[in-house]
Design a protein around this ligand. Structure first.
Ligand code: FES
Length: 163
């Protein structure tokens, strides 16, 4: 990755992309989602502060372990004065996200175990396939299609409309 000389305080989107390893389109997406910000030059070009490098590194590291962008954005928004996350911030947040990841890994393990029952089957039965109907929540409450649960509980219309 190319080094950015210390005397340069603002980066073009190309420089930020080259240094961070994130595609230009990803940087635009991060900006649209409020994860990084830029100012516009008189020629309407984006300029990012050097801090954006650390924010992009933070976002990419969190994404690599499967943290949703909305969660990352919330974490960044909680930092005082929207400052760039420092070493302690990352340590604290990654610790908090660890239990979330552990739970997701457990769920994936359960899905993997059930998948071996499905391999070569193809039934996708709502009664017997655990992947097709995990936990069978609707099956406990009602019979028939689980795609129309609201209609079953909705009150009857008071009057019918004529066509
Ligand atoms: S597809 Fe038949 S059990 Fe899952």
């Amino acid at each position: 990755m190319p080094q950015i000389p210390e005397k340069i305080h603002e980066l073009t989107v190309g420089q930020l992309s080259a240094r961070s390893g994130a595609a230009v389109s990803a940087l635009h997406f991060y900006e649209a989602k409020g994860l990084i910000s830029s100012r516009r030059t008189t020629g309407n070009q984006r300029r990012y502060s050097r801090d954006a490098l650390r924010r992009v590194a933070f976002v990419r590291a969190a994404q690599r372990v499967g943290i949703p962008l909305a969660t990352i954005r919330d974490a960044l928004a909680e930092l005082p004065e929207e400052r760039t996350p420092n070493h302690e911030d990352w340590a604290r947040l990654s610790e908090a996200w660890r239990s979330e990841l552990d739970e997701r890994i457990k769920q994936l393990g359960r899905l993997r175990d059930h998948l071996s029952d499905c391999i070569g089957c193809g039934c996708l039965s709502l009664e017997t396939c655990v992947l097709s109907n995990p936990d069978d929540v609707f099956g406990e409450r009602m019979t028939g299609s689980r795609l129309l649960p609201e209609r079953r509980n909705a009150p009857e219309p008071k009057e019918k409309r004529s066509a």
